[in-house]
Design a protein around this ligand. Structure first.
Ligand SMILES: *[C@@H]1O[C@H](CO)[C@@H](O)[C@H](O)[C@H]1NC(C)=O
Length: 417
């Protein structure tokens, strides 16, 4: 018997929440590069069900019968259910959307821990250095939601450039203020669009943007093949600085590790083309929160959109919730129902390997045998990016749930002093 401690986000809490909208999902057996989608022996859920929140249990309840399977959303602070069970857990599962931060201190407490599974992609919520030292394996479901995020990025770019959110708010509030809608609206066609990171997500974003007749740029520590550069008419930059100087739209699609932490600081944002758009669906900590907010206020950034914050959940008064010209959501891009079916199956595949003593797929490995391994070796650098994550304890769910109008964009000052 093993103890599996699984942290998932809360079940729907708003009275307006409806059951899922569709009854089936398209069936995919391979990702664009040929890698197979997860291959567990079977699954005990219907793809399209809500699996990522507590009652969905990632569809693992039946499979883990006979084991000690604890599922909770209570993840932050010393009184959390997570911390109570951590010292005796063999396996920890959590998701980037609602991460159980595995800081140095928590890894030290987890004396039995052998495996940390990320139900999704991005294991920066685990202190990878401490995990390696403790001989803990860290694995994630590589590719499971890369296309989900890439679709979201394209949506956010169009959203900002075309000024969708304020126009939608005018429509739903009964208005018809066309000039207000369009005074910040442009066409994407012809713009210079660049991605920082051209891995699975970044490349999928570039492919999806090609038909918009944009001029495409990328920076990555691993250069793409000449054939792909030619196919998409890409311009490669050997530094982030070179890319942001000329792009109208910059999208961040790199993992968070010590070399990308706070990459978009005051100085880098100041070197961007004035009035550019910044889209970050990678990790909140790749950007400095205050620097982004100030740039949105001065107009250096025409808009900022994304779904990633630090820590998560973000404090109720996080500046990105209320800064001008933002199109932020909670962390959702990689947890569509489509993505959930894949990451739930991938977690089951990893657990089956662990329980049967079979090797976990190389492409799922981040840390194993005391160091970075598999995909981790390609995408991460040594170190820890969980510092500051204990601030997540300050999020107040009840404050957020109070009824009333959502926080509006800052009022435009029209004269006076
Ligand atoms: C590390 O863990 C693996 C199994 O997960 C085990 O086979 C190996 O002996 C461990 N290494 C050390 C140094 O404890």
């Amino acid at each position: 018997m093993v103890k599996v401690l699984c942290v998932l986000y809360d079940d729907p809490q708003r009275s307006t929440s409806t059951p899922t909208a569709r009854s089936e999902l398209p069936h995919l057996s391979r990702y664009p590069d040929g890698q197979t989608t997860p291959t567990p022996s079977k699954v005990d859920f219907v793809p399209g069900e809500l699996l990522g929140s507590v009652s969905g249990k990632l569809g693992l309840a039946k499979f883990l019968e006979g084991h000690d399977f604890v599922v909770t959303s209570s993840k932050d602070g010393p009184d959390s259910v997570f911390e109570q069970h951590l010292p005796t857990a063999d396996v920890v599962i959590s998701q980037p959307f609602w991460p159980a931060y595995m800081s140095t201190e928590r890894i030290a407490k987890a004396k039995n821990l052998k495996l940390c599974i990320t139900a999704g992609i991005g294991s920066d919520h685990v202190d990878l250095e401490a995990a390696a030292k403790a001989n803990i394996t860290v694995a994630e479901v590589t590719y499971c939601n890369s296309i989900s995020v890439a679709e979201h990025v394209v949506m956010l770019i169009l959203n900002l450039v075309r000024n969708f959110v304020p126009s939608h708010e005018i429509a739903t509030s009964g208005g018809w203020h066309i000039a207000d809608c369009v005074s910040r609206a442009y066409d994407l066609e012809g713009m210079q669009v660049g991605t920082v990171g051209a891995g699975r997500i970044g490349l999928a974003v570039l492919r999806r943007l090609k038909p918009f007749d944009t001029k495409l740029h990328y920076f990555d520590q691993h250069r793409l093949s000449a054939a792909v550069e030619e196919e998409l008419n890409l311009r490669y930059h050997n530094s982030v600085e070179s890319l942001v100087r000329i792009c109208d739209v910059v999208t961040i699609n790199c993992p968070l590790h010590p070399k990308t932490e706070h990459l978009f600081n005051k100085e880098l944002i100041a070197s961007m083309k004035p009035g550019s758009y910044l889209i970050n669906t990678a990790r909140g900590k790749v950007c400095e929160a205050q620097a982004v907010k100030e740039a949105c206020e001065t107009g250096q950034l025409a808009g900022y959109a994304g779904d990633v914050w630090f820590p998560q959940p973000a404090p109720n008064d996080h500046p990105w919730r209320s800064m001008p010209n933002n199109a932020m959501t909670p962390h959702v891009s990689g947890t569509s129902l489509s993505a959930q079916a894949r990451y739930a199956a991938g977690v089951r595949e990893i657990l089956e390997c662990f329980l049967e003593g079979r090797p976990i797929r190389e492409e799922y490995l981040i840390v194993q045998g005391g160091g970075l391994a598999g995909t981790g070796k390609h995408s991460y650098t040594e170190g820890n990016t969980t510092e500051g994550s204990d601030e997540a304890v300050h999020f107040d769910k009840d404050e957020a749930l109070q009824e009333g109008p959502p926080v509006k964009m800052q009022k435009v000052v029209t004269g006076g002093c």
